[in-house]
Design a protein around this ligand. Structure first.
Ligand code: FMN
Length: 349
């Protein structure tokens, strides 16, 4: 595993010349294209130009404070302006260098080589039929590539069964075209490309927050199947990250769900909650290493106490509340699900 860490290193100046080979740029090999070609005469869809954006005026500090990964999306479509705003914010081209050696965009890139391409799997965007598209960043347009059957189910599966990815109105699929960076930076390129990608992704997070949309970086995806879906020549271009985008539902405030006053949590108060609760599944609570742990089959999660009888969760649910009979015996468990539904489980033992 430690071998892989080398990729994050740079070199000292003394070793640089020995280790880093002469670049194709230095050997006067012509510069690569900084946008993947497409057949001449392909119909292109105009996006809303940045000067005409009416959205995205949220103060920067609010974006910083609100940003989080959002994995729940409503069935609302995105507007073309929203999609244009996100594409501009992540890969918009401000200047193609006259030397032909790179492109300046709304995001930085090592040597302005901008090794990324943006594909979009579109399911619900006003005015666009569903299918696979590519952002033609040099002219701020979209190229329709093909229709995709059962897009929702397919994208969920391609994201290692993360179904919310398929449920999003649009999924960004970034590819890397490594030679654009390798042309100058040879073996130094791969760290730089990863950094370029992270920056583009962070701009997507911020751009989404600015227009009340949600996104999440998706590093878990089926590499070969997705490369195939995008019809990529994988010697030169392959998928590097996904990001579903959509409008997020209002979340119920946890303080509305919690009913009890704050009371000090003690090992005794946690131990009192041990037991089994049932609806469809059997859910077990155990006191372990000074924590209350929820167990569902093989799965376990440590709960974060809000007070003696109410807990925040992250994976098994959003939160849960224990209820008792008048004589202080556990009676039921109320669970606030990821979808903000309240489910009751009866105490069984
Ligand atoms: C490179 C990268 C890959 C990620 N892959 C996934 C993923 O496959 N599935 C997922 O649900 N979240 C994924 N995430 C999101 C992280 O889980 C998330 O950023 C982290 O839990 C912190 O939460 P926050 O973004 O809400 O602050 C990924 C994030 C990054 C930066």
């Amino acid at each position: 595993m430690k071998e892989g860490r080398r990729f994050l290193h740079f070199f000292d100046s003394e070793e640089y010349e020995q280790v880093v080979p002469e670049s194709d740029e230095h050997k006067k090999v012509p510069a690569p294209l900084f946008q993947q070609p497409f057949p001449e005469g392909s119909p292109l869809i105009d996006l809303i130009p940045p000067k005409k954006f009416t959205i995205g005026k949220t103060p920067f500090i609010d974006l910083v404070n609100q940003r989080k990964s959002r994995r729940k999306y409503t069935s609302d479509p995105l507007t073309l302006e929203e999609l244009s705003f996100l594409l501009w914010s992540t890969q918009g081209v401000k200047e193609v260098l006259k030397s032909g050696r790179g492109v300046r965009r709304t995001v930085p890139s090592a040597g302005a080589k901008s090794p990324l391409e943006t594909y979009l799997v579109i399911n619900r965007v006003d005015g666009l039929k569903s299918g696979l598209y590519r952002y033609i960043s040099f002219s701020h347009q979209l190229l329709f590539l093909k229709e995709i059957d059962e897009v929702e189910e397919k994208m969920g599966k391609l994201a290692f069964d993360q179904k919310f990815v398929g449920a999003a109105p649009a999924v960004f699929c970034w590819t890397a075209v490594p030679y654009r960076t390798e042309w100058r930076y040879t073996i130094l390129s791969h760290k730089f490309i990863a950094i370029d990608l992270g920056i583009a992704c962070q701009n997507l997070y911020m751009a989404c927050e600015a227009i009340n949309l949600g996104t999440v970086a998706i590093g878990y995806y089926e590499q070969h199947k997705l490369d195939e879906l995008l019809d990529l020549n994988t010697d030169e271009e392959f998928v590097v990250l996904l990001a579903p985008v959509g409008r997020y539902p209002e979340e119920k405030k946890l303080t509305e769900f919690f009913k009890n006053p704050k009371k000090k949590v003690t090992p005794e108060s946690l131990k009192r909650l041990e037991g089994k609760y049932k609806r469809n599944n059997l859910v077990e609570f155990i006191f372990k290493d000074s924590n209350l742990v929820i167990r569902i089959g093989e799965f376990e999660e440590i709960l974060d106490p809000f007070n003696e009888v109410e807990f925040k969760a992250e994976l098994s649910a959003r939160a849960m509340r224990f209820e008792f009979t008048k004589d202080g015996k556990p009676s039921k468990l109320v669970v606030l699900t990821e979808e903000d539904a309240e489910i009751e489980l009866e105490y069984v033992e």
